[in-house]
Write a protein that binds this ligand. Sequence first.
Ligand SMILES: Nc1ncnc2c1ncn2[C@@H]1O[C@H](COP(=O)(O)OP(=O)(O)OP(=O)(O)O)[C@@H](O)[C@H]1O
Ligand SMILES: [Mg+2]
Length: 249
Amino acid sequence: MIVLDSVDKVFNSGKANQVHAVNNVSLTVADGEFLVIVGSNGSGKSSLLNLVAGSVLPGRGTISINNTDVTRLNDYDRSKWIARVFQNPLSGTAPDLSIIDNFRLAALRTSAKGFSVGVTTAFKNSIREKIATLGMGLENKTGQLMGTLSGGQRQALTLLMSVTDICKVLLLDEPAAALDPRSADIVMKTADNIIRDFKLTSILITHNLKDAYNYGNRIIQMSEGCIIKDIKGENKTQLTQNEIFTWFS
Ligand SMILES: Nc1ncnc2c1ncn2[C@@H]1O[C@H](COP(=O)(O)OP(=O)(O)OP(=O)(O)O)[C@@H](O)[C@H]1O
Ligand SMILES: [Mg+2]
């Protein structure tokens, strides 16, 4: 569960370019909830996600994840619980390392100190099996350098490697925005499957009307740092694409 209580973030406070990015937001995302955030450019969506991740710290308010107050914890100290995928496929992986080495690095992030990860055949096989579920044919190319893959391939792999067994939260900031329609579809469906399999509490930011309609069991709209719409459960299911479309215009 993610709880934001009266969270506020002002950038460049007291200067001419001051921005009230997140305006006194209170929001509880229940365990296993998949929250979709929509809103125009600059409405505070990424700032809200960054506050949850810890890459931005709030000016006021508190944030807790699974009943632990993380308000003053930096992003590294929260990272074992949080998986993140960004819009840019270049973020989140090491381009000069192979696919399998990237998975090793990701596994090391959560393993105990001194524990050797990823040197066994069992580890390699488990990674190949995971990759095969993408249906992109990458399971036989695990020696290939990450930097030589397409954006869609990288993004799908980033998603797979970022979620570990102890992960509780998945944060997706326009993960499919830079991808062709087929890759975008694979990434979104993979995310949806992972969220169900690992029972993750998830937040997706999107400008894609179809994704906002198809995914998640709750949708909020942000404007000028505030939540101006919040539709859950049955009411989200009953929303039509046309209704969501009117929010975008
Ligand atoms: N690190 C920062 N320093 C200064 N201003 C920032 C910073 N991060 C965000 N802002 C400002 O805060 C406001 C909200 O930005 P944010 O990135 O959260 O918007 P967004 O809803 O994610 O927009 P988009 O749809 O374009 O990604 C914007 O005016 C932005 O310029
Ligand atoms: Mg953004």
